[in-house]
Design a protein around this ligand. Structure first.
Ligand SMILES: C[S@@+](CC[C@H](N)C(=O)[O-])C[C@H]1O[C@@H](n2cnc3c(N)ncnc32)[C@H](O)[C@@H]1O
Length: 305
């Protein structure tokens, strides 16, 4: 396919996000906004729940400032600091400080043609930490994610689109053992930091007796490898509190379909494969690195298409 002016625009604008999967969410949202804007009488009102510093909704609003209805767009986040930053970076756009799991807050927002949940639901999951268990209360946390998703879908106008991007739990029960060899003593030390400090789940591993090798469950492996890029960095202090893994692909499909949405696209993607390979070698035959992210475009249709 021939590159369009939009491809060039986003290539330049998103060059800093090159190795971040959420770039794909921005590109898909931009395509949807263009489709919405082209349809006669249609609007492109955006809502981003958990918008952080507005990197996603801000870029989309700036790029599509001429799209009909786009001025009615809103970003929501419960951290005052990031809301203030968003307002400073994107003056004239609406950013609200509030908890998007609060039905009263959502009820007052109105209806939107596109609702973005980008790297946000895993924080809802991780916030359901149980001090008694010493880890996340998984059934309760999954229920909170489903409720938050339901609240987001409740903000969609008829025919509106949900763009969901987040981490992914590997399929199955995750109990399969993965045998690893660290590529360096620094990688081994980083893994130990992870195992000691990661808060949402207790990480269990077994020394295999071979130098620089351990064995752990496939689920714990996914948790570790997804976080490995933050170990030794200042971001680890916040990253250690959150699990990117909560739903498998099947659970995402089920949760979204149960809310009456039809899934038009579902992609899994991995952007840090090479960095992971530099950290560890997988010795278990037939096991590869897990898929890192999921991107879903789903549509609410109460009328026939
Ligand atoms: C990892 S950041 C992602 C920000 C943005 N979506 C992006 O991808 O650039 C997640 C954001 O969700 C916000 N968040 C998490 N749970 C929230 C909740 N229940 N209500 C409002 N904001 C929430 C956090 O404060 C944080 O700014």
């Amino acid at each position: 396919m021939q590159p369009t002016p939009w491809d060039h625009y986003w290539e330049l604008r998103l060059s800093a996000l090159e190795d971040l999967g959420k770039r794909e969410a921005i590109l898909e949202a931009s395509r949807l906004i263009r489709t919405l804007a082209e349809a006669p009488g249609k609007t492109a009102r955006l809502l981003e729940l958990g918008c952080g510093e507005g990197q996603i909704i801000g870029a989309l609003l700036e790029a599509h400032a001429q799209a009909p209805g786009i001025q009615a767009s809103v970003g929501v986040d419960y951290r005052r600091g990031v809301v203030e930053t968003s307002r400073r970076l994107y003056p004239g756009m609406k950013f609200l400080e509030g908890d998007f799991t609060d039905p009263a807050l959502l009820a007052g927002l109105g209806q939107f043609d596109l609702v973005l949940l980008v790297n946000a639901l895993h924080e809802v999951f991780s916030a359901t930490f149980s001090p008694e268990r010493g880890e996340v209360d998984v059934p309760r946390a999954k229920e909170r994610v489903r409720q938050a998703l339901g609240g987001a879908v409740g903000c969609l106008a008829d025919g509106g689109w949900l763009v969901l991007f987040d981490g992914l739990e590997p399929p199955g029960d995750g109990g399969q053992r993965v045998h690893l060899r660290f590529q360096s003593w620094q990688a081994r030390r980083r893994f130990e930091t992870f195992a000691q400090e990661f808060k949402p789940f207790r990480i269990q591993y077994r020394e295999t007796g071979e130098a620089g090798c351990v064995e752990l469950s496939q689920h714990d492996f996914a948790r570790y490898i997804d976080k490995s890029i933050f170990l030794d960095k200042a971001l680890w202090e916040s990253e250690r509190l959150e699990s990117y893994q909560y739903f498998t692909e099947a659970e995402f499909r089920q949760a979204i379909s149960a809310l009456g949405l039809s899934i038009h696209e579902l992609r899994t993607l991995t952007v840090n494969y090479e960095k992971w390979q530099a950290e560890v070698e997988i010795l278990t035959p037939g096991v590869d690195f897990p898929a890192e992210h999921i991107l879903i475009l789903a549509r609410l249709n109460t009328q026939k298409e």
